[in-house]
Design a protein. Structure first.
Length: 97
């Protein structure tokens, strides 16, 4: 079974995104979470399908939202390093590695 592990900061970013979009419009946070889960499923199933990112990471885009999920392959799964907004401080999360 493939596993998904989150760095604590990445989990906080995901939850902050859900809350932010729910404040903008009821139900939009749920859509954000759903799109995130779809992107994560692709990353888990096909880890090399993500675009190369900084520091040996890979990234998948969240369709319809200005976010990318950065991850690393780890054994039989992945580690989510960041859920990063496209317009905010590129590479801010690299120090987490």
């Amino acid at each position: 079974m493939k596993t998904v592990r989150f760095l604590p900061a990445a989990r906080r970013e995901l939850l902050a995104g859900v809350l932010h979009y729910d404040e903008m419009e009821a139900g939009l946070g749920g859509k954000f979470a759903s799109v995130f889960e779809q992107a994560l499923a692709i990353a888990v199933q096909f880890p090399l399908a993500g675009s190369p990112g900084p520091a040996a990471t890979r990234k998948v885009f969240l369709k319809g939202f200005p976010f990318s999920v950065y991850y690393l392959e780890e054994g039989e799964g992945i580690v989510v390093v960041a859920v990063a907004h496209h317009a905010r401080r590129p590479g801010y999360w690299v120090s987490r590695l």
